[in-house]
Design a protein. Structure first.
Length: 83
């Protein structure tokens, strides 16, 4: 597993992680809120992006921020943040 990845195995786990508010997609490098993800589909919310999978392409913002402290604690949604 790549450091900073979410480590979730299924969508049931994202429902259990209600305190996780923000995510980041490895493919499109954009920040998203938890509400922008479907609970039944773990694809990136951007229809043009092929990122999918909590624990694969979708990381928590918290873990991305830990690796990149120059990023704000609360992301601007939809903004590009390179890893």
């Amino acid at each position: 597993m790549i450091p900073g990845m979410l480590g979730m195995k299924n969508n049931g786990e994202i429902r259990a992680q209600s305190r996780v508010k923000y995510f980041w997609c490895l493919h499109c490098e954009r920040a998203w809120s938890r509400d922008q993800f479907s609970l039944y589909n773990d694809n990136c919310p951007d229809p043009k992006c092929d990122g999918w999978g909590f624990g694969k392409d979708i990381w928590t913002w918290y873990n991305l921020h830990r690796q990149n402290p120059k990023y704000p604690k609360t992301p601007v949604l939809g903004k590009y943040y390179s890893s």
